[in-house]
Write a protein that binds this ligand. Sequence first.
Ligand code: KIV
Length: 265
Amino acid sequence: MKKFTIADFNIYKAQAQKITMITAYDFNHAQLIAESLIDTILVGDSLGMVVQGANNTLNVSLDDILYHTKAVRRGAPDKFIVADMPYLSYHLDSKTTIQNAGTLICAGGADAVKLEINNVNMLSQISSLTDAQIPVIAHIGMTPQSVNVFGGFKVQGKNEAQVQHIEKMAQFAQDAGASAIVIECVPSSVAQKITKTLSIPTIGIGAGNGCDGQVLVLNDLLGISKHTPKFAKQYLDGKYLIKNALNEFSYEVTSQAFPSDKHSY
Ligand code: KIV
């Protein structure tokens, strides 16, 4: 399988070929993704919710993302990996932003970093990173790190002012040097218009079918998340399958069917 590189974002868009992205947080799942047709992996700060069990992503640290990025890189040595910049790792000044992103690239093994962009002040961080030769994916729309500003995880782009804001963020992020844009939880029509306007690709999550690609949280896709959002399709009934396996193990131990001679020395 040909390795997806940063250049492929634009090549795929030009060829109208959809880009696939999935989150991953550990070695085992990364190995499976490495053997799949998925183009790119996101070590998302969603790990705060799906791995650590928090109610939002604000508690995730740079060390958390670094730890999980290293594990995913070991499992998927040839996949294009995007590491999420966690809350406050890119909000202070450009020097800290470059240092933190550089750590995820150099020590973590990521190919690019992702930043949530919800106001014009944050755009300068994209240009600082691209100047430092670090590829950036911007994330707009319902940016989970803005949960306290939004007053919850609410669909964005539902009124004209919000639509104009999101369109502006998309255009400015492209102008600042972003290589692609994740658009989360906005009406399909808004994402479709942005996708047609931009020269860089859009990757949607809860943003309809008009984007240049799609990203899902792995645990949602596998059907093992505590809450599955409306936009996430479950491709496996993971909860059912895993609970069945656990109960079967429990039953076989109590009934002394396991371990058999086959599993003994
Ligand atoms: O952290 C994450 O998993 C994300 C995706 C939802 C796009 O940002």
